[in-house]
Design a protein around this ligand. Structure first.
Ligand code: CU
Length: 156
């Protein structure tokens, strides 16, 4: 029952995204689907959006390990962020999903943490400045295992 409902929800979200894409201009919403696994890897490590575009990231943890040992999120950061420092300082910030409170202003968008089989998502407006914006998983150790990627904002 739960599984069916989740799939229906996902299909609905995708259909909504497609509808927007086909009915409007370049400002249409962009939907990015990313998965993460027990090997601490994203399947998508780079994607492009337009400056100022509405973006929805749908992330699914396709791993099998329990959430306490293996959870993932997607946190998009400002260009100038020291990602190494962000990941390192966040390790002790369990209450904020391992996002360091002192660096929270570096966050452009963040999903919740997804355990095995869970899907999380976030909708945000892409920055107006073109360039490469890093995204990371903040679960302790995952950034250092390579769980990171780049969102490229294209100019108009
Ligand atoms: Cu992770």
């Amino acid at each position: 029952m739960m599984k069916i409902n989740r799939n229906l929800l996902k299909t609905g979200a995708l259909a909504a995204g497609l509808l927007v894409l086909t009915s409007t201009s370049i400002w249409a919403e962009k939907v990015i689907e990313i998965t993460g696994n027990d090997q601490m890897k994203y399947d998508i490590v780079a994607f492009e959006v337009e400056a100022g575009q509405e973006v929805t990231i749908i992330f699914k943890n396709i791993g099998k390990l329990p959430k306490v040992a293996m959870a993932h999120n997607v946190v998009v950061l400002k260009r100038e962020t020291d990602t190494m420092k962000f990941a390192q300082t966040g390790i002790s910030s369990k209450d904020t999903d391992y996002i360091p409170p002192a660096m929270k202003d570096s966050v452009i968008a963040k999903t919740g943490l997804a355990g095995s089989g869970e899907t999380v998502k976030v909708t945000f407006t892409a920055p107006s400045e073109p360039g490469d914006y890093p995204y990371v998983c903040t679960f302790p150790g995952h950034f250092f295992a390579g769980m990171k990627g780049l969102m490229t904002v294209k100019g108009s």
